[in-house]
Write a new protein. Structure first.
Ligand SMILES: [Zn+2]
Length: 444
């Protein structure tokens, strides 16, 4: 074992603050298996949109095996390191939307609700993905919403309003990002797609074609707008498949990469106050987390940081003064309330079909309520089905919007301890910025 002079001096400094046994271990590591570096080469940021603390708790009980006394740990329990506040710039009060929250997480600066990585004066703010790109890293996004929805948009582009979907899609041409995977065909005209192809992007729309993509760059748009509810296609495993593909494409760059993965529809299900759809989206987001966790195990130079942008719906586990939450019906459900309602509007045997889809016997009282809702159309029936599920599970909601509660932070890999304890959402971005490589100084 030999030290060159400079590392030996560095080690000498660290010895001043450590015990002799540590020095021995540090020496042993020189010949042992590769040790994780203190600074990551690759960074994966994962956002469960709307995934407040009650979501991960509910998911634990939903996943619990009722045949065992213990409540099994989830991937969220395993990776938890801290909490983050989510409030936007003061002009928007204490309750953030996804755009201001994503701006904070992508740039380290708070802005107004609706802002896509512009400050309160509507001036563009540099994002983590832009910085990474300028340093020679590869970048990408894999999401379940349209790729130009608020969260991925704030990591990639700048606009005074999240609603300017077409302008955001157009601005993606200039990002030079290597991987775009998600929904949003509606926002990419044939002319715009030609411009992406001219820049070297492979464009695919069929999920099956993902396997044929073996190198960047790729623009994969697998739905008109958002991907289908996970509960409607439980075996499809789309977000985890997109995540795996993004990792394999981006890791071809020896300089490293930054990837954003979003479980976008956790929030959409929360806005609908649809606990069954929430659990489906949470399942697949956790599958995606496990894919990244495995990548971190195999590539110890990769940091993963997971958080939520805010809490949606004021979900409560237990409601109406009763000390219970009963997720059995959620485990048995095979389709979403939206799909059940659509089938029931058109079906002759709708009562039997509905009972089968929910996996329960419906009482005469429940059927009367559902019948009345069905007369008023699909949307009203879907809401009635969700209310029935809430009643059976004893799930509560306080709003169809967002709440200002803090969210959790989860991390693994080099420098993951930076995210321990309480922090602000802007701190998360600033810590990630600090971990990007320093620009190379010109030699003198
Ligand atoms: Zn939302």
């Amino acid at each position: 074992m030999s030290f060159t002079k400079a590392p030996f001096l560095l080690l000498g400094v660290s010895l001043l603050f450590s015990t002799p046994s540590f020095a021995k271990e540090a020496g042993a590591d020189e010949i042992g298996p590769a040790k994780a570096p203190s600074r990551p080469k690759n960074i994966v940021i994962m956002i469960g949109d709307g995934m407040g603390p009650s979501y991960t708790s509910a998911y634990r009980y939903y996943k619990d095996n009722p045949d065992t006394e213990e409540v099994e740990q989830t991937v969220f329990d395993r990776l938890l390191v801290g909490m983050a506040s989510t409030y936007p710039a003061s002009v928007s009060g204490y309750v953030t939307d996804s755009a201001a929250a994503a701006t904070a997480l992508a740039t380290g600066v708070k802005s107004y609700n609706g802002a896509i990585s512009v400050d309160t004066q509507k001036q563009p703010l540099p994002t983590i993905l832009e910085k990474a790109k300028s340093l020679g890293l590869s970048t990408g996004v894999a999401v379940t919403s349209q790729i130009n929805h608020a969260t991925p948009a704030a990591f990639l582009a700048h606009n005074e309003s999240r609603k300017n979907y077409d302008a955001l899609a157009l601005s993606y041409l200039d990002t030079n990002a290597d991987v775009f995977l998600g929904g949003g065909q509606k926002y990419f005209s044939p002319e715009l797609l030609e411009q992406f192809k001219a820049k070297g992007y492979q464009h695919i729309t069929r999920f099956e074609d993902l396997a044929s993509i073996t190198q960047p760059k790729v623009l994969g748009l697998f739905a008109q707008v958002q991907l289908p509810w996970v509960i409607d296609e439980k075996e499809a495993k789309k977000l985890s498949t997109l995540t795996q593909k993004a990792l394999s494409l981006l890791s071809q760059n020896d300089q490293g990469f930054v990837l954003l993965v979003e479980g976008s529809l956790i929030d959409w299900a929360g806005h609908n106050n649809d606990i069954a759809a929430v659990m489906g989206e949470m399942s697949e987001f956790s599958n995606a987390i496990e894919v990244v966790e495995q990548f971190v195990r195999e590539n110890p130079d990769t940091l993963m940081v997971i958080t939520a942008d805010h809490n949606t719906g004021g979900l409560s586990i237990g409601a109406n003064g009763q000390y219970s939450w009963n997720p059995e019906i959620l485990r048995n459900m095979s389709v979403s309330s939206d799909t059940l309602a659509l089938a029931a509007i058109n079906g002759e045997q709708w009562q039997a079909d509905l009972a089968r889809g929910l996996g329960v016997e419906l009482s005469a009282e429940e059927l009367t309520g559902l019948d009345a809702a069905r007369m008023q159309g699909q949307e009203t029936l879907a809401i009635a089905i969700r209310h029935l599920i809430d009643k059976r599970t004893n799930t509560g909601w306080t709003t169809d919007g967002h709440t200002g509660t803090d969210v959790q932070v989860f991390a693994a890999g080099p420098a993951s301890e930076l995210f321990n304890g309480h922090q602000d959402n802007t701190d998360i971005a600033n810590k990630v910025f600090s971990l990007l490589p320093k620009p190379k100084k010109p030699k003198n």
